[in-house]
Design a protein around this ligand. Sequence first.
Ligand code: ASC
Length: 151
Amino acid sequence: MKFAASLALAAAACAFAAPASAQFAKPEDAVKYRKGVMVVMSNHFGRIGAMVNGRAPYDAKAAIANAELVSELSKLPWPAFTQNTEKLSDLTKPAIWAEPAKFKEHGENLQAATVKLVAAARTENLDTLKTAFGNTAQTCKSCHDSFRNNP
Ligand code: ASC
């Protein structure tokens, strides 16, 4: 009984302490996952960009839908930057793993910026959206400057 209880406790502890890598069968899968998220996020962010830059007609409902997608997607990439992927992508700088607190802060900045992007889209005011788009793009760039190699 005592053994069974401690086994159950150990299993529970494992479940909570499971490393992010447990979400991916192979390190390569984590790279594929985070790159896929970035591609889709960039696509939907770009659709807002086209509207605020006058390359596409402003469609308030589409802007809201795209902003909501960007905001949801911005939550996803971070657990896929597992330590065991450090050498797998030419795009990642070692700083991601050398300065994890700073990297985490950049990820959180993006998520905060995209919450504001959604709020701005919901005002249905193009100038408000333009400002929030610019702030979000700056957040992307600031993280890329520190943590991504430009291809
Ligand atoms: C995008 C995209 C990025 C960012 C960045 C913003 O749409 O693919 O990497 O915005 O260009 O500065």
